[in-house]
Design a protein around this ligand. Structure first.
Ligand code: SAH
Length: 347
């Protein structure tokens, strides 16, 4: 299987110097998976041991994410199509939407995100886009078509990268969009080349949020926009040091099946962007707008077609499906927040 294709010529990645990592202790987030225990227990034995443990923990997480999406992406595409993210709904939409209604809601999520970031007025300026954590490329193809831009997507999953490239070819878009396997925390791109840096529901997988944000900022062109749409936990109240144990417990259970490290809040993202002197930093809580999404996914999973596909797909998909009610519980109890955070890099 060919995992990567050559990107459009002007986006060819060149070797670059290593960025020194910005590590804010609270935002270097330990994985919730078993290997994180190693990271914690070695902490007192010196920094070499900690670094080695952290590296193996990060590596285990990367592998887990790649395997998870290798296994589950086909099933998702079969049932839900090429957008692997929440839909955006009117807060009071209690009607049961048809399949096409949910697809429209997913497209609306892209449109609302662009609008929130103030990108729509600047369409002509969007020439180069990176889709960080691209899934099978739904956002990339949509944005490339909308703006006539060149778009390159990165994912940890070779299966996704191949499928995304195949879909681009089938839609006669391969001269504009391409996909490759690469790590969002160490992107194979030069500094300052993208007018739009797009991360739709990938930030929650990043074990080091500070490094993640720093990489997004590094590849953004001066004057370019960054859009992060991601699962967050609620903002902590003043004086609160951490979530309540029951809240943490709920998130930990979600982390195990969805291959997520520890979560952060939208305020944490805002602080990181402020520390890097980004401009026009905005954030919003869209939890109410995504509320109909997980119930709809569960309904499709419980159809005959959904059940058969789930069983065929494998254990990771089945475990993922069993975790979906926890997402609903997390939103209902206010622990999980669906956040958008946007900003502009100074000229
Ligand atoms: N943005 C896509 C897919 C969201 S699913 C969409 O909206 O359709 C999460 C994606 O994040 C997957 O493609 C996964 O491979 C990617 N991802 C997670 N961690 C990553 C990392 N460290 N580097 C690159 N991609 C990552």
């Amino acid at each position: 299987m060919k995992a990567t294709l050559a990107p459009p010529s002007s986006l060819i990645s060149l070797p670059r110097h290593k960025v020194s990592s910005l590590r804010s202790p609270s935002l270097l987030l330990q994985s919730q998976r078993p290997s994180s225990a190693l990271m914690t227990t070695t902490a007192s034995r010196g920094s070499v041991a900690v670094t080695a443990a952290a590296t193996s923990s990060a590596e285990a997480l990367r592998e887990g994410i790649a395997e998870f999406y290798n296994e589950t992406s086909g099933l998702w595409e079969e049932i839900w199509g090429d957008h692997m993210h929440h839909g955006f709904y009117d807060p009071d939409s209690s009607v049961q939407l048809s399949d096409s209604g949910h697809r429209e809601a997913q497209i609306r999520m892209i449109e609302e995100s662009l609008r929130f970031a103030g990108v729509t007025e600047e369409e002509k300026k969007i020439k180069r886009v990176v889709d960080v954590g691209c899934g099978i490329g739904g956002s990339s193809r949509y944005i490339a078509s909308k703006f006539g831009a060149e778009c390159i997507g990165i994912t940890l999953s070779p299966v996704q990268a191949k499928r995304a490239n195949d879909l681009a070819t089938a839609q006669s878009l391969s001269h504009k969009v391409s996909f490759q396997v690469a790590d969002a925390l160490d992107q194979p791109f030069e500094d300052g080349i993208f007018d739009l840096v797009w991360s739709m529901e990938s930030g929650e997988h990043m074990p080091d949020k500070a490094k993640f944000v720093k990489e997004l900022v590094r590849v953004t062109a001066p004057g370019g926009r960054i859009i992060i749409v991601t699962w967050c936990h609620r903002n902590l109240s003043q004086g609160e040091e951490s979530l309540q144990p029951w809240e943490q417990n709920l998130l930990d259970r979600i982390c195990k099946t969805f291959y997520l490290p520890a979560w952060c809040s939208t305020s944490d993202y805002v602080e990181l962007l402020q520390s890097l002197s980004l401009q026009d930093i905005k954030c919003a809580d869209w939890s109410e707008n995504v509320a109909p999404f997980w119930p709809a996914v569960i309904r499709t999973a419980l159809t005959w077609k959904g059940l058969v596909s789930l069983l065929r797909s494998g254990m990771k998909s089945i475990k993922g499906a069993l975790t979906m009610p926890l997402m609903i519980e997390g939103y209902k109890k206010g622990v999980i927040k669906f956040g958008i955070i946007t900003c502009q890099k100074p000229l």
